[in-house]
Every structure is written in C-alpha cells, then in structure tokens.
Design a protein around this ligand. Structure first.
Ligand SMILES: [Zn+2]
Ligand SMILES: [Zn+2]
Length: 248
C-alpha cells in the first residue's frame, strides 16, 4: 500500500474498500466494487439472442443469432452474461477463479442479480444450478466459484439453490481444445450426486450459473443432461462473463 493510501486510511477509516482494486471509495452502484472499476468492465448490452455472447462487430448480426448459434442451435432456451471476458473484467475474474478470492463472489452475484432481473425474472425459474467442478480441482482451489455465485444469487432472489450435479470426468483443460474436441471430452461428464431423487428436475425451469462461458460447450452439455436425462422443461444460462464471438 502506498504512503498516500495509508494516510487516507487514517483520515477516512470508515470508507469501504473496493474488492477489485483494493482502494477505498466514496460511492459505488454495486457494493464492494468501486465506480471506477465498474466503469472499466466491458458490460454486455447487445448480444447474440441465443448464447448471449457479445458479437464483434455487433452490426453484423442486428438481433439475429451469431454464426456459431446459426450453425448449431444451443439446447438451452437462451444464455446471458454480465460482461465480456476481456480487459479489466478478465483480470478480476481470473483473480476470483485462481487467486483464492472467494470474497469476490458477493459483488459478482450483485451484478448477476441485475441481469437476472432484466432477462430471467419473467421465466418462472424453479432452481439455480451451479456448473459442478471435478472433486480434484475443488480440493486444489478450495471452492467452486460457480457454486458460490449461484448460492449468493439464490439468496438475493429467493430461489432454491441446488448443488446436486457432479462432474464425473476430470476433463482436459477445455481452452486448449477445438469445439468438437470439447464436446467429445464433455460427453457423459455430468451425473447426479449419490442419493439425490432423479425426478427432482422433472418439468422444472432451471437456471445454470457459471463464472465464464468460453464456447458454451459446458453449458450445452449440462443443458442436454438435465433436459434429456432428467426431464427438465426449460434451461437458461447466466454467467458472469463470456468470450466474444468474433466475425472476420
Ligand atoms: Zn475499484
Ligand atoms: Zn450465439
């Protein structure tokens, strides 16, 4: 901490600290993240109506699905993300994912709540489901970042949170694989935890929560599992960030 910051702390000890940049702030629209940081996030306002990812350049789709969704329609009804996985938003999310910062789940879930109100409130969601993490990775990181987001959000919107899925295969790191290889890698990767009633999702509307959507393959595979094998009625996806679709 710089000397000036220490002096400021002494003069204004009551000011809250921004969890993203570590500075004390006067005002924030979202508790625990300062307005300066919020202004640096790349919030998604216009997106592909199906996968919810930002399309670059946006003018090329004008409300139509992105080329990837045109090629293969996702199994979920639609997905939305708060910001594009780029620039400063990416830095803070990486900190959340790998920097042992479970405290960031709270401000992130406040942002998810805003997007929930805008896009999902009217969909009569029954349960919030976090994307599960394989046990080995969970032991290593200490927490499942998707589960923390889902649990926090569920508390704010008064919905039931169901952390009942398992990742049964410890898949290869997906970012290194092509879309086709990811699909193969994730086939049969999800199951229900032991002792959970298999009819729990029958005819229910589910909202899948994750931190980052890369190509959407994970969301697609989970949706496929709960729709085809568990009899869910509708599946929606809400993530903190997603990787933009770039059209050359
Ligand atoms: Zn900040
Ligand atoms: Zn799309």
């Amino acid at each position: 901490m710089k000397v000036l910051d220490i002096l400021k702390d002494l003069v204004y000890p009551e000011k809250p600290v921004c969890l993203a940049c570590g500075r004390r702030y006067d005002h924030s629209e979202i508790k625990a993240i300062c307005d300066r940081c919020l202004a640096k996030f790349s919030f998604i306002t216009e997106a592909c109506p199906l996968c919810g990812r930002e399309v670059i350049p946006a003018a090329l789709i004008e409300g139509h699905p992105c080329p990837e969704c045109e090629k293969e329609k996702p199994p979920y009804n639609f997905a939305r993300s708060v910001f594009s996985y780029a620039g400063y938003a990416r830095e803070v999310l990486l900190e959340y994912k790998y920097g042992h910062r479970p405290d960031l789940a709270k401000p992130f879930s406040r942002l998810l709540r805003l997007y929930y109100a805008e896009y999902f409130q009217k969909e009569a969601i029954d349960y919030l489901i976090p994307v599960p993490m394989h046990g080995d990775r969970r032991t290593y990181r200490g927490y499942n970042q998707a589960a923390l987001l889902a649990e926090n959000l569920a508390g704010k919107i008064n919905k039931e949170y169901k952390d009942v899925l398992l990742r049964v295969k410890n898949s290869l790191p997906l970012y290194a694989l092509t879309k086709k290889a990811r699909k193969l890698e994730l086939e049969g990767a999800f199951a229900l935890k032991d002792g959970v009633d298999p009819s729990i999702f029958k005819d229910k509307n589910l909202l899948i929560i994750d931190d980052i959507m890369t190509t959407g393959t994970t969301s697609a595979e989970i949706s496929h599992f709960v729709l085809k094998e568990m009899g869910a009625a509708n599946v929606y996806v809400l993530t903190t960030a997603s990787v933009p679709v770039k059209i050359n």
